[in-house]
Structures are given as C-alpha cells and as structure tokens.
Design a protein. Structure first.
Length: 568
C-alpha cells in the first residue's frame, strides 16, 4: 500500500452507482441539492418517491449551514473529514458555515476486538502474543478511519497501536472518486465553484486523505518532528517502532499525561500551568511553520497532551502540511506588517502570494487595508485576535478578487484554529503578544526604530535579489523563443477602443452606402428602363441618401452627447 493508491474500479462499479444515489438522496432530503446544480447529482436519483425526508429535516427554520453539517454527518467519514478540512478555510466560507462545520464529530462505535486483532496479525504477519507482551482490548479512542489501543512490548515499554478499520480504504476511494467528479463538474458549470477553485480543493483533499491512510508516512512525519525538536525538552514527540508498523498499523510510544480535552474534568490537571503550556505549543507551531515549512495541521485539543514536568506532547500526525519558503516568507511579512500597521508592506506581501492581476486597483487595495487596520485598532479595547484580523484581510482579498494559494489558505486556517484552541485553554492568551518575540528571532531588530526599518528593508531586498536571476532567465528565454510581447494600455483605454470601433463601422457603412448611391444614380440615368425598374431604383437611391443623412445626424448627436457628458 502507498500514499498514492490508484482507484481500483474492478468490482466497485455497482457500489459507486449506489453511493452516488445515496449522496444525492441525502442532499435532497436536507434541501441542499440546489447548491450542487450542474454537478450531475440530481441525475443520480432513480425515483423521487424513494427518498423520504430524514427524521427532523422537515423544519423550515433550519439554516443552510446546519443542514449542510447534518448531511455531511449522515454521509460518513470522508464527508466529515472534508467538512473538518473546510472548517479551517476562512478564505472560502462565511463565519456561520465555519462555526457549524467545526461541530462535526468523528466519534463512532468501536469494532469488535476479534476483527481488529485479525487486522493486526494479518498486517504484521505474526500472532499477537509474539508481537506484544500485553494488549488492551478496549480502545483508547475510536474514529471512523481507525482505532487506538494501548499495549506493552516485551521490554515493558508502553505503546499506543493505531489500527486502520478493515475495508475503509475501498470506501474512502469510492467517496474520493465521487467528490473529484462532482467538483470537476461544478467547476465547469458553476461560477462560484470556479471562483473558489473547488476542483483544486478536491484534489488537495484527495491527496491529503490518501496520505492519512498510509501509516508509514505518518510515522516518517513523526520522526521528522522528533528530530527537529530534539533540542527542546519542553516538547514530547512519540517514538515509532518500525518493526511493528505497516501501512495499516502504527506502533508508537504511549505518551502519559492529560489530554487538553480533559483539563476541566481530570484531577491531574489541577497543577497544570495552562498559560505556560499554551505558550510552549504556539511557539512550537511558529517554529514548525516559519522555520521548518512543515507543520502539524490538526491542532485539536485531543491531539495535545500535558506531560508531567510541564511538557507538551503532540499526537496524531496523519494530517501534516508543507509550505514553500516563498509563501512562508510572504505569510510572515503579511502578519508582521498587519501587526506593525503598515498597509503598504501588507499589500506587497499579499501580492507576492496572489500575483498582480490586471484588474487590481492597488491604491484602493491599500486604502482598504488602512481602513481595516484603523477599525481593528478601535476594537482592540475588547480584546485582540489575530484570527479576526486575518479574516478581515482575507475578506479584502475576496473583494478585490485576489485568489490566495491553497497552501496559504491552509496555513492561515490552521493559525486561526490554533488561536481558538489556545484561548479555550487560556482565556487570557494573546496571540499577537506571542508573535512579537518570535518575529524578532526571525528578523532581529535593535532598540532603534531605524534599525528595525533597515532590517525589514534588507529582508525585502534580499528576497527580491534572490529571485531576480531566475526571473531574468525566464524573461530572456521567452525573448529568445519569440514569446515576449509588450502591452501598452493608455488612460481611458476602453473608451478609446469603443470610439475606434465605432469609427471603423461608420467608415465601412459610409463606403457601402456611397457605392450604392453611385450605382443607383447610374441606373436611374439609363434610357432603357421599364417604369417599374425606374421607380424601384429611385426608391433605392432615396433610401441610400436618407441613410447618409441619418448617419450624419446620428454622428453629430453622439459627439454632442459625449462632449456634454465630459463637461458634466
């Protein structure tokens, strides 16, 4: 098994069609089918009488975001996962939908012990008694894709064993195939889908979920974090036991401690310094993102454990993300520029991420950023939130039709979730105050403001000159291949083109009518015409002359209207 497993269509055609019908029926019962118009889902409904409304879906006052969450929960693990995935994308969805999607739950009843035991023995190729000294039958956690059990190795080491549910890979592949197909159809037929780039989102989700099903990849991610933070004793990353790990079974250290979800109910949490723990976790995330470019993308409280000694443990590395150095620098510059109240630098950082489209009014964009920052400063008396600031900035990008790259959308969404979890654990937490000292480690500044400005400028010029050789090489290659073109766009370009087109049409019309006048005048002068022909040619000549008079009057009136409008 690999992270990029091909979709195996053999013997799954019937299941694929049945699943299409099930999804279409659920969407119709929750009155959501109109959102997917053009996707082909409505064509999958075999009989309108077969889909009765689900219990509780007759209420007329349920908002669309609630119905969407219920539909995703009904459709199972893959749709719950994509809902959780979208719950972090504040650049794509309104706040009401994000809040509802954040409520999606992935808790399911555990499978019988004998089923999971058979999976372990089949994958590891040995009886369970030879693999582990002891193995607890009751799972520590049960989710839609896997179960986690506690066990002990022969040397007494306590481990956690993550086991993939049997048959889940085939079910996931069917749903992923449908999601990609529906997203592709929507991208062709629905404008909102093209603007949101749903096809790319579906593709990214497919790659991420397939990777999540490969536990060897999760083990490699865990070891990468473990090696990167080996110098930080305040953080705990479990060790992977590769001799008892496959694509569907992962054996790692059992981290003793109190999960963040139990801070309010577990007696052991009484002596935990929550504020220090939160600062440690957020600092670790900043280091992952802005130094490694590789980070744990699911900062759920259940994945964070308070370990004795004031340490913080991380769990569940199935969902990790990477971010390129270029986008990492741009994201960091954008955040620090917003915090420093510098709309010009914030605009440049945004454009380095999104590109410079021809439709953008840069002055208006900077003015909107300045207005947003001023509004944010006025609201700081009620508490500062980086998430609120970033959501406002993402809304500005939408207003100005700037499309943010997927990896940056994921990053900003993860930062928003991280801040929410931090405030949940420590209500006095201030993300902005934590960012500032970390920013100084990436961009050291002295006591003087001029030094800070100089370092920021040097950082910007450094990025510019580091990318200059590659950009110059690309430009020279296009010149050599004859592909480079120069575009000059004068002021009032569109109006000028309209006037030129109108003038060309008028000249062509005048030439045609002039030729008609000359021709009919010649014909009228002939002596061998019958009376009927003579009358017809005279009428045609009169019509041509009248059209010339009408054309002249229309041109004079149009020019007068344009000049009058200009004076106004």
């Amino acid at each position: 098994m690999t992270a990029e497993r091909p979709f195996r269509r053999k013997n799954l055609g019937g299941r694929l069609r049945a699943r299409y019908r099930e999804i279409a029926a659920a969407m119709r019962e929750e009155r959501l089918l109109q959102l997917f118009r053009g996707s082909g889902l409505e064509d999958r409904l075999s009989d309108s009488r077969t889909a009765e409304p689900a219990p509780g879906t007759r209420e007329k006052d349920l908002p669309v975001e609630v119905r969407l969450r219920r539909a995703l929960e009904r459709l199972g693990p893959v749709f719950v996962k994509i809902g959780q995935h979208l719950a972090t994308r504040s650049d794509l969805l309104p706040p009401a939908v994000l809040r509802e999607l954040a409520r999606l739950q992935d808790d399911v009843p555990p499978l019988p012990w004998q089923v999971m035991k058979a999976c372990i023995e089949a994958d590891l190729g040995a009886p369970l008694k030879k693999l582990y000294a002891s193995f607890e039958r009751a799972p520590l956690a049960a989710a839609s894709l896997a179960q986690v059990h506690r066990a002990t190795l022969a040397d007494g080491t306590r481990v956690a064993v993550k086991i993939q549910r049997p048959g889940i890979a085939e079910s996931v592949e069917i749903d992923l195939e449908i999601i990609r197909d529906v997203a592709g159809r929507l991208a062709r037929f629905a404008r909102w889908a093209r603007e949101s780039d749903v096809a790319a989102i579906a593709e990214d989700f497919t790659v991420a979920l397939r990777a999540e099903l490969d536990y060897t990849r999760e083990g490699r991610s865990l070891e990468r974090f473990r090696g990167a933070f080996a110098d930080d004793p305040s953080l705990v990353f479990p060790r992977v036991y590769w001799e008892r790990t496959t694509c569907r079974v992962l054996t790692m250290d059992f981290v003793e401690g109190v999960p963040a979800t139990q801070f309010d109910s577990d007696e052991r949490a009484a002596g935990i310094d929550r504020a220090a723990l939160v600062r440690t976790g957020v600092g670790a995330y900043f280091r992952m993102i802005f130094r490694m470019g590789f980070y744990h993308a699911d900062p759920h409280p259940g994945n964070l454990i308070a370990v004795p000694g004031g340490r913080l443990g991380f769990m569940d590395f199935g969902r990790v993300m990477t971010i390129s150095e270029r986008n990492r620098d741009a994201a960091f510059d954008m955040v620090t520029a917003l915090l420093d109240d510098d709309p010009g630098v914030a605009a440049e950082a945004a454009l380095s991420m999104t590109g410079m489209p021809t439709h953008l009014d840069l002055s208006a964009f900077e003015i909107d950023i300045r207005t947003m920052l001023a509004r944010y400063r006025r609201q700081q008396s009620g508490g500062r939130s980086l998430g609120t600031l970033m959501q406002g900035f993402l809304r500005l990008l939408k207003v100005h039709r700037l499309r943010i790259p997927t990896e940056l959308g994921e990053l900003l969404g993860t930062l928003g979730v991280l801040e929410g979890v931090a405030i949940q654990l420590d209500p006095a937490f201030d993300m902005i105050e934590v960012i500032k000292p970390f920013a100084r480690t990436l961009m050291p500044d002295g006591p003087e403001h001029i030094l800070t400005s100089s370092l920021r400028t040097a950082r910007a010029y450094g990025r510019f000159f580091s990318g200059l050789p590659m950009q110059a090489a690309r430009a020279l290659r296009r010149v050599a291949e004859g592909e480079l073109s120069l575009s000059v766009r004068p002021a009032d370009y569109d109006a000028l083109v309209d006037r030129l087109n109108s003038g060309a049409y008028l000249v062509a019309y005048a030439l045609i009518v002039g030729a008609m006048i000359v021709g009919f005048a010649f014909l009228v002068g002939r002596q061998d015409l019958s009376r009927l022909e003579w009358i017809g040619y005279r009428l045609a000549l009169f019509a041509a002359v009248a059209s010339v008079i009408w054309l002249l009057l229309r041109s004079v009136r149009s020019e007068w209207s344009r000049n009058h409008a200009g004076r106004r």
